[in-house]
Design a protein around this ligand. Structure first.
Ligand SMILES: NC(=O)c1ccc[n+]([C@@H]2O[C@H](COP(=O)([O-])OP(=O)(O)OC[C@H]3O[C@@H](n4cnc5c(N)ncnc54)[C@H](OP(=O)(O)O)[C@@H]3O)[C@@H](O)[C@H]2O)c1
Length: 298
């Protein structure tokens, strides 16, 4: 039996679906059984546990052959200290791994997690890696995923209303765009085979590297909007826009730091591109199947 934490979220849900489809028993963990009902319908054992409750997670992990460990969500926009939240969830997951006796973990991390500083929310994932990897007798594989294609979905409304997509990234910098279903699928496959020993890092680099300018061009084609363009915003304007949308100073600082880290290549992929570091979904497919339907509905 495999335990999937964050099963209500994007990568967790995908991991659970892949494991179920492959015939494994799955315990799907989330804060609300209601939000896991579709996984229950496909045969998952649904288990309510708050990620901030180590005792509840310990119970959830007992008897598992392996677990998928994820800190969700990406951001809590109005949180005054999001890093502290990440540390609490990381501590809870680590206690539960230790206490339950689980020996195989696939954890979701991020490109840039090698660095302790200067990477925004990825610093919390660096600390998560350090903390959980210190538990003795556990084989832990860290999936350091690239930039989620789903981040582009936050631009659907401005794309439709203002014919532009703006972000702080250098327009021509190649980015390792990857989808969350591909990450979940890879997590499931690695969890099931368990071919690594000790602590290992595997970068997930996507189908190919794509710049923001190219990504927006692909989206423009998919939504048939020739005048849709990419505009790089300054970090100061990006920060101000987040603040005007109710994002806390702490989270806005972190998000701006992501822009700075990516543009300076402080955050970058480091492993060679191979079959194992690549994932299948192209930006073209994502634009057609995920972005375009939302754009048309906006
Ligand atoms: N965005 C990127 O480009 C990127 C790149 C690399 C790595 N990452 C990492 O990927 C992880 C996110 O994974 P994901 O995409 O699978 O997650 P996700 O889909 O963003 O997680 C959403 C889930 O988080 C839970 N949630 C929402 N608000 C919450 C709150 N206030 N407190 C606690 N839980 C809350 C909810 O699940 P329940 O209500 O069911 O509990 C929700 O379904 C993060 O650690 C992020 O740093 C992101």
């Amino acid at each position: 039996m495999f335990v999937v934490t964050g099963a209500g979220g994007r990568t967790g849900r995908a991991a659970a679906l892949h494991l179920l489809a492959a015939g494994y028993r799955v315990r799907a963990v989330g804060r609300s059984a209601q939000r896991l009902a579709d996984l229950a319908a496909r045969g998952a054992e649904v288990w309510e546990a708050d990620p901030l409750d180590p005792a509840a997670l310990t119970d959830a992990f007992r008897g598992a052959e392996g677990i998928y460990a994820v800190i969700q969500p990406n951001y809590i926009p109005d949180h005054p200290d999001f890093g502290a939240f990440q540390d609490q969830v990381a501590a809870s997951l680590t206690t539960a791994v230790t206490e339950s006796g689980v020996t195989r973990v696939v954890g979701l991390s991020s490109w840039g997690a090698r660095h302790p500083e200067g990477t925004g929310p990825v610093m919390g994932l660096h600390r998560f890696e350090q903390r959980l990897s210190a538990v003795p007798g556990v084989d832990t594989l860290w999936l350091r995923a690239g930039y989620f294609m789903e981040n582009l979905l936050t631009h659907v409304h401005t794309a439709r209303a203002h014919h532009r997509i703006s972000a702080p990234f250098d327009p021509d910098l190649p980015l390792p765009f990857v989808t969350t279903p591909d990450i979940g699928g890879r997590a499931a496959a690695e969890l099931a085979t368990g071919t690594w020993h000790g602590t290992e890092v595997l970068e997930l680099q996507g189908e190919r590297e794509v710049s923001m300018r190219e990504a927006v061009g692909v989206i423009a084609k998919a939504v048939r909007a020739d005048d849709l363009t990419y505009e790089q915003t300054s970090l100061a304007d990006f920060h101000a826009e987040l603040r005007s949308n109710g994002v806390s100073v702490n989270v806005a600082d972190m998000m701006a730091e992501v822009g700075e880290a990516v543009n300076s290549r402080h955050t970058r992929m480091e492993q060679p591109r191979t079959g194992r570091t690549s994932t299948p979904t192209s930006i073209e497919r994502f634009a057609e199947e995920e972005f375009a339907p939302r754009y048309r509905a906006a």
